[in-house]
Write a protein that binds this ligand. Structure first.
Ligand SMILES: Cc1ncc(COP(=O)(O)O)c(C=O)c1O
Length: 378
């Protein structure tokens, strides 16, 4: 099997499994317990927090462990909105956000918040000037994703942050689920106030992640309970998951630059080979610049995405249509729609996503199987 659906989720790294197994077996204490077993777990938790903080170049106190990207996005957006609503009730986001962000914003609309959904261009990029002109006196939050999960577009976060530095009363949240440890990031320098990370996109476990919350920001917690995670996320901590997540962060960060270089070349190679075999292939999203080397979204005119996905599966190659969350519904991807991609092309789109394990040989296999499937189906 050739697994090329790493944006949906990644296989867990063997070293992460080792750490988790060890914690599950030995360190079962509740971090809140006062005895030795509790203290051990508490130490593990704090060491993990330190590791995650180091990978983001932030303070340990600025990391809140969550159950993953969806919870991080919800906590950031609803947490800011409800805490700071006395300052204003306007939020700015984009039309191509993940449902975790988009639906959080829609939820807030029911509570009297107004939301501006910024459009994107054909490449999926937001125009920073558009952000600037959308800012109102009552704007309290801007939430923009780092890397788009369907087409891989990298938003100009640095430029957006530079604009927002002129508005210190507006908080800047970035959904970093597809960007963290994969594409360049300077949290502090770029003026990011909140940044969401998820474990299972970086060869860590599912159901665990982190939210960076800049020192000095108060969020309204979404969960009431025992007051864990500085009161921001009640509930007994998922210690094995968190320890495994920290290990995954450490590994992903160590290899991120090498991977960026390797995958940039492989992605380009893949595009060239696909074009050679099938000149009609359409690249959805940026071809070379402003794009994550981990994601490639393509369409073959005349073929439906799901037909291609199943055709490739028969050849033992696993990819997906659009995003995993929307791929089971027969609707065109709102992301591709917002990018102005026509209905036929959007219906034909598939997403191929790579990982640190992807090799040149895998690209060759993929291109070969792809042309075999296309020739059979067309
Ligand atoms: C950009 C983006 N944000 C948020 C999420 C949700 O993350 P999780 O699956 O950890 O809840 C995903 C998952 O696909 C994503 O791609």
């Amino acid at each position: 099997m050739l697994y090329l659906d790493n944006s949906a989720t990644t296989p867990v790294h063997p070293e992460v499994i080792k750490v988790m197994e060890d914690v599950l077996k030995k360190h079962y204490g509740n971090p809140s317990s006062l005895h030795q077993k509790g203290v051990e777990s508490e130490k593990l938790l704090e060491t993990s927090r330190k590791i995650v903080a180091q990978t983001l170049e932030v303070d340990k106190e600025e990391i809140v462990f969550t159950s993953g990207g969806t919870e991080g996005d919800n906590l950031a957006i609803k947490g800011i909105a409800f805490r700071y609503q006395n300052r204003g009730k306007h939020i700015i986001t984009s039309q191509i956000e993940h449902p975790a962000v988009k639906e959080s914003c829609r939820f807030l609309e029911q509570f009297g918040f107004s939301v501006t959904y910024l459009p994107v261009d054909k490449q999926g990029l937001i125009d920073p000037q558009m952000l600037k002109s959308s800012i109102r006196d009552d704007t309290i939050l801007v939430s923009i994703m780092h890397v788009n999960n369907e087409v891989g577009t990298i938003q100009p976060i640095q430029d957006l942050g530079a604009i927002l530095k002129e508005y210190p009363r507006i908080f800047f949240h970035v959904d970093g689920v597809q960007g963290y440890a994969k594409v360049p990031l300077k949290l502090k320098e770029w003026g990011i106030d909140l940044y969401t990370v998820s474990g299972h996109k970086i060869n860590g476990p599912k159901g665990v992640g982190a939210l960076y919350v800049r020192n000095g920001i108060a969020l309204l917690p979404q969960m009431s309970g025992g007051g864990q995670e500085g009161g921001l996320r009640s509930g007994t901590e998922n210690v094995p998951g968190i320890a495994g997540f920290a290990k995954a962060c450490q590994i992903a960060r160590e290899i991120s630059v090498i991977n960026w270089e390797k995958l940039s070349k492989l992605r380009k190679y893949c595009i060239n080979m696909l074009k050679e075999k099938n000149p009609a292939v359409i690249i959805n999203g940026p071809e070379e610049e402003h794009v994550s080397p981990y994601i490639l979204n393509i369409s073959i005119p005349g073929l439906r995405g799901e037909v291609l996905v199943h055709g490739l599966e028969k050849e033992e190659v696993l990819v997906s249509t659009g995003s995993a969350c929307s791929s089971k519904k027969d609707i065109i991807s709102p992301v591709l729609q917002a990018m102005g991609i026509d209905r036929e092309t959007a219906l034909g789109s598939i997403r191929v996503s790579f990982s640190y394990q992807t090799k040149e040989e895998d690209i060759l296999i993929f291109v070969d199987k792809m042309s075999r499937v296309v020739n059979r189906l067309l």
